[in-house]
Design a protein around this ligand. Structure first.
Ligand code: HEC
Ligand code: HEC
Length: 229
């Protein structure tokens, strides 16, 4: 074998190994991007059944026992889920679910999924009529800040004129929620059983409100038109 031939062989051997290396990198890049794609396409749908029995498949719950979570701000929901998990917000059902949930990443994906669903106002004049203390004029006055001399600031100041909440998810949307849930939360803030509203913004307001105030403003909110959404 002449020197030239050995050189040629070595050259093709080099090429061979070089192409092996190329294939290997390409392969690893391909699997890498596959993983990334799987991650990106994780829209929480795998675990919707963990939530849908109470909150419905599209986040519109079947019963006023459970809140509508459709179209709620993603950041707000993630914070609530964390609070349930860390025991900062107490609720037997939710605490058990988030504690046993397989992964935080999937929980975040679910929050994202539900935030993209369209909320349907579940309230009807019949459901609202179940509350005997409702005075809609009073409800409007409270919502728009005309009861400030009683220490009740305008709900609209934080939750927005139309009760749609803010973009960052600090102040949740109030419209499109079951009236029963709104009343329940106001009473939980008043009794401090719900205390994850740091720094006590809702607890301080609810303390100034009697049952008539709470039912009235909840009814006013329940009648607000979510179609402006
Ligand atoms: C067994 C019924 C049940 C199941 C299943 C359930 N939830 Fe809930 N969820 C509730 C109840 C009840 C509340 C209201 C707690 C309260 O009154 O403070 C709630 C509240 C919430 C809230 C807070 C809403 C708000 O406006 O502050 C979010 C977000 C939420 N659930 C998300 C989920 C997700 C995501 C799942 C699935 C992983 C899920 N829930 C499964 C019963 C359930
Ligand atoms: C100074 C700001 C501020 C004002 C004014 C305010 N809120 Fe809130 N509200 C908040 C914040 C912040 C939260 C979210 C707390 C949390 O992160 O858990 C909240 C949460 C709520 C919730 C719970 C929503 C849910 O999905 O669980 C209800 C109901 C509510 N507010 C009703 C009202 C009503 C009714 C008024 C007027 C009487 C009002 N708020 C005025 C700041 C405010």
């Amino acid at each position: 074998m002449g020197i030239q031939l050995i050189k040629k062989h070595l050259y093709s051997l080099g090429l061979f190994f070089f192409s092996l290396l190329l294939i290997a990198t390409e392969l690893s890049a391909a699997t890498g991007s596959k993983d990334k794609k799987a991650e990106e396409s994780s829209d929480g749908s795998r675990y919707i059944l963990n939530c849908s029995e109470c909150h419905g498949f599209d986040g519109n719950s079947i019963s006023s026992e459970w809140p509508n979570i459709a179209g709620l701000n993603k950041n707000y929901m993630i914070r609530q889920l964390e609070d349930f998990k860390e025991g900062k917000r107490a609720n037997k059902e939710m605490t058990q679910i988030v504690k046993e949930f397989p992964s935080d990443k999937e929980l975040t994906s679910l929050a994202k999924y539900f935030s993209k669903q369209k909320v349907i106002n579940p309230n009807t004049p019949e459901t609202i009529k179940q509350y005997s203390l409702v005075d809609l004029t009073l409800g409007e006055e409270i919502f728009t800040g005309k009861r400030i001399e009683y220490g009740i600031p305008a709900c609209s100041a934080c939750h927005g004129k139309e009760g749609l909440g803010d973009k960052e998810g600090k102040f949740p949307r109030l419209v499109g929620q079951h009236i029963a849930y709104t009343i329940k939360q106001m009473k939980l803030f008043r009794s401090k059983e719900r205390s994850n509203d740091t720094p006590a913004q809702m607890r301080n307001i609810a303390l100034k409100m009697d049952d008539e105030d709470i039912e009235s403003v909840a009814a006013y909110i329940a009648y607000m038109n979510i179609e402006k959404d």
